[in-house]
Design a protein around this ligand. Structure first.
Ligand SMILES: Cc1ncc(COP(=O)(O)O)c(C=O)c1O
Length: 384
């Protein structure tokens, strides 16, 4: 079976992968989004009933029910008629607009159809049996699962619960001082908690030579916190991942980017292939050009989140305070039981993490959807 170019094969072998790992690496590359449990939508299915009624409230995959902004929708509609062409220039245009916003040159931005692909490719490119992956716990599982799948070592380090569930970067480095990649999701999924930039800076400064920090900023727009762009401007060993699946409401339309030094991005490319969906590219570009889109949507989601969390506080439910479009709530029963109970009430909530067995992740939907969640939540909580 032929998988990769001879150079890429040599690189994989040099990093300690054996030819026996190639099949799995290739499966991850080829079918990443389709493999079970490697993206949010697939993982959401773990807590989703396929027979759930059409009118069920879907707050299980951290999506944005507002969908794409009108400018993006218009741009995508307009480009469809020309969809018989690859239109590579639309990808370059998106890279340029994103690069300008991040204060880097266009070759520091590599567009993708979402951020799952570059997350998988980063794991393959920077980890191996000897130089593993360090992640937080709980966090977005895709990086760790991809690493396990291809045979790289994974080390999980608990979030710092005593300090707002931030990443414990010192413990992450101590847990594997010779890792190939340190994965920091900021703000974190599922907790919706922020890690201070100074901590990320510390990790970048102190991590071993030849490793990278994979800084997953899928939800950063929701927080008002600083992006990590300046790390890239300073040519640090950082690969930032962004997606249009969250605040920008384009999960089903697919656009995202890896932002980093060209030599780091180049390492991702042997695993990537082909043209990107032109709809996603023009939708992303149009979204970025709407100056007040991010703050406006951030405020909308914040208002709904605060309403829900204030209500939860008033009713005495415990949860982890969040600055994102989801939060973890303690349901005081096995998570699965709560999830099942909520499905019966036609509310699809997210999943649980093994390290927090009675907590369930709930995404922030529309205000009216969250009203339905409140009623269902109170009912299911009262049932035990
Ligand atoms: C932290 C994080 N990173 C990456 C992704 C990948 O999403 P997408 O491939 O839609 O960009 C998700 C999806 O939920 C996520 O939560």
């Amino acid at each position: 079976m032929a998988f990769f170019s001879p150079e890429t094969e040599q690189d994989l072998l040099k990093r300690g992968y054996s030819r026996r790992n190639f099949g799995r690496i290739s499966a991850l590359v080829a079918g990443g989004a389709a493999l079970p449990f490697y993206n949010e939508a697939a993982m959401a299915q773990l807590s989703m009933r396929l027979d759930a009624p059409k009118d069920a409230v879907r707050i299980n995959a951290n999506e944005n029910p507002l969908g794409p902004c009108p400018e993006a929708a218009e741009a995508m509609y307009a480009v469809i008629k020309g969809g018989g062409r690859y239109m590579y220039e639309k990808t370059f245009e998106f890279a340029k607009v994103q690069a300008d916003l991040d204060g880097v040159k266009p070759d520091y931005v590599q567009p993708f159809a979402g951020s799952s692909a570059p997350l998988h490719y980063s794991v393959i490119a920077f980890t191996s049996k000897e130089r593993g992956l360090v992640t937080a716990d709980p966090d977005y599982e895709a990086a760790a699962r991809a690493a396990q799948f291809v045979g790289a070592k994974v080390t999980k380090v608990k979030l710092d619960a005593a300090n707002g569930y931030k990443h414990d970067v010192k413990a992450m480095l101590a847990a594997d001082p010779n890792a190939g990649a340190y994965y920091v999701c900021n703000p974190n999924n599922p907790t919706g908690t922020l890690t201070p930039k100074s901590d990320i800076e510390w990790l970048i400064k102190n991590k071993p030579a030849g490793s990278v920090v994979i800084l997953d900023e899928a939800y950063i727009h929701l927080t008002g916190a600083d992006f990590g762009s300046d790390f890239v401007q300073q040519d640090k060993d950082v690969v930032i991942l962004r997606t249009f699946s969250k605040l920008f409401g384009m999960a089903g339309l697919r656009a995202g980017a890896a932002i980093g030094r060209p030599d780091l991005l180049k390492k991702l490319m042997p695993y990537s292939s082909g043209a990107l969906p032109v709809t996603g590219m023009v939708g992303a570009t149009a979204s970025l050009k709407v100056k007040d889109l991010v703050p406006k949507r951030r405020e909308i989601i914040k208002a709904t989140r605060e309403n829900v969390l204030n209500w939860a506080t008033s009713k005495g439910y415990s949860f982890i305070p969040s600055v994102s479009n989801k939060f973890m709530i303690d349901v005081k029963m096995p998570a699965r039981q709560y999830v099942e109970g909520m499905v019966k009430e036609k509310v699809l909530v997210g999943r649980a993490w093994p390290s927090m067995p009675t907590y369930v992740r709930v995404s922030i939907g529309l205000p009216e959807e969250m009203e339905k969640w409140k009623i269902a939540h109170a009912k299911v909580m009262a049932s035990v």
